[in-house]
Write a protein that binds this ligand. Sequence first.
Ligand SMILES: NC(=O)c1ccc[n+]([C@@H]2O[C@H](COP(=O)([O-])OP(=O)(O)OC[C@H]3O[C@@H](n4cnc5c(N)ncnc54)[C@H](OP(=O)(O)O)[C@@H]3O)[C@@H](O)[C@H]2O)c1
Length: 439
Amino acid sequence: MSERVIKVGLCGFGVVGQGVFNYLRSRQDLLSDRIGARLEVSRIAVRDTKKKRDFDYDESMLTTDPLSIATDPEVDVVCELMGGTGVALDVSIAALEAGKILVTANKALLCDHGEAVFAAAKRGGGQLFFEASVAGGIPVIKALKDSLVVNRFSSIYGILNGTSNYILTRMTNEGATYQEILTEAKALGYAEADESLDVDGIDAAHKAVVLAYLAHGRWVPFKDLLVEGVSEVTQDDIQFAKDNGYAVKLLAVIDVAHASGKLYISILPTLVSKKTSLGSVDGVFNAVSIHGDVVGETVYIGPGAGRDATASSVIADIVDGAKLLVNGGAETFVDPAPRGGDAIELAEPEEIESRYYVRLQVLDKPGVMAEVASLLASHKVSLASVTQKEVGEGAESATLIVTTHMTNEKAILDSVKSLAESPSVTAKPFCMPISGIEK
Ligand SMILES: NC(=O)c1ccc[n+]([C@@H]2O[C@H](COP(=O)([O-])OP(=O)(O)OC[C@H]3O[C@@H](n4cnc5c(N)ncnc54)[C@H](OP(=O)(O)O)[C@@H]3O)[C@@H](O)[C@H]2O)c1
C-alpha cells in the first residue's frame, strides 16, 4: 500500500518557517517511519518572493497570499509562522473554519484573539496546535493540557523571555549595565532591532496569558495583567540579589490566591531565591515551574526560542495533526474552560500578597530614612530591612534599598507612588516583588 502524503502549507518562511522546512525535509524518512505518513511542504507564503533564503526550495511553491494556502483544499496542515495579529488572524480563522489542522507559534495572536481562534476551530471542525507559542522548544503546552490534565494548578512560574533572561544573566555575571548588554545583544542578533516586545515584558505576558488559559480556562485580557520589563534593573538591584542569595529574573506568575481562589497574573522583574529551580536558570533559556495539586511541582527547562528549538515544537504539532489525519481521529483538545461553571475571577491588588524590594534615590540629609519609613507605615507597609550604600563626602543623594514584610500589591503600589512624589526622593523608585517560591 502506498504511503499517505500529508501536505503542509507554510505561511511564513522566516526564522521559524525555514527551520520547519529544513527538518521536515531532512528528517522526512524518520518522521514517515514514526507516523506512517509522508509529510511534504507543498506551499509557502512570504511577503517578499525575491528575498534570499537559507535553504534551497522549489520557487513554484511560493505565494504572497497566505490566505490562499489556508483555504487550499490540497493543503492538510497550515502552519501560521508569520507573526502579528492581522493577516495571521485571518489565516488562522480561515484554516480552522475550513476544518484544517492549524499549527501556530504565535503567542501574540493567541493572547489577543485566543477566544476567536478557538471558536473558529469549534465552528469549522479544525484542530489547533500551538506548542511553539510558549517557551519555544520546551513541551510545556502538552504538559499542561494533556500530561497534567487531572491537576488543579495553584501556581505557575515562568521565565518566558530568553532575551530578558540573557541580559539579566550577563548583568549578574559581568557587572555591566542594562544598556551595554542590550546593545551587544542586538549586534549579536539575540535581541530584535525593536527590543520592546522582549525587554518590556510584553512577549512574556502574551505567553503567560496562553498558560493561564490552559490552566484555568479563561482568556485574561492583556490590560488586566501587571507587566513590567527589565529596562530599569540596575547594578544596585543585581548586587543586592547576589548579596542576599537571590537572582533577578523577569518572572511570570500565574497564581491562584489561597484565601479567595482568585486568579492573578503578573510579569515583573522579581527577586528569586537562588535555591529554587528557576533561580539558577540562566542565559537565553526559558523555564516553567508548574504546581499541580496531584503531581506536585514539575519543572521544564530548555531553549525558549531560536530556529531549531522552535521548529522542533512546530513539527511535533504537525505530527500530532498528521496522526489525527492518519488515524481518522477527531477532537483531541481538552477544553480547559469550566463547563456551565463561572469563569475564575481575577484577584484585586488588595488580595495579592508578597514581600517587596524598593530601591530609592534620596537626598543625603538627616531624617530621610525616618521619612521613608513613616511614609511606608502610612500605607501599612512594614520594613524588613534598610540598606544605604556608603556615599562620598559632599554627595547630594544616596541609594537606599528597603525590603518589606508581607504586604499587598495595592499598598506597595500606593507607597511607591507616594515615595515618587516626596521631595526627598530624587529619582523614580524601582520596586519588585521578592518571590515566595521556596523550592
Ligand atoms: N524566532 C523565534 O525564535 C520564535 C520562537 C517562538 C515563536 N516564534 C513565533 O513564530 C512566528 C514567526 O517568527 P519568526 O521569528 O520566524 O519571524 P520572521 O523571521 O520575521 O518570519 C516571518 C515570515 O512571515 C512572512 N510574512 C509576514 N507577514 C506576511 C504576510 N502578510 N504575507 C506573507 N508572508 C508574510 C515573512 O515573509 P518575508 O520573509 O518575505 O519577509 C517571513 O517569511 C511569530 O509568531 C513568533 O512570535 C518565534
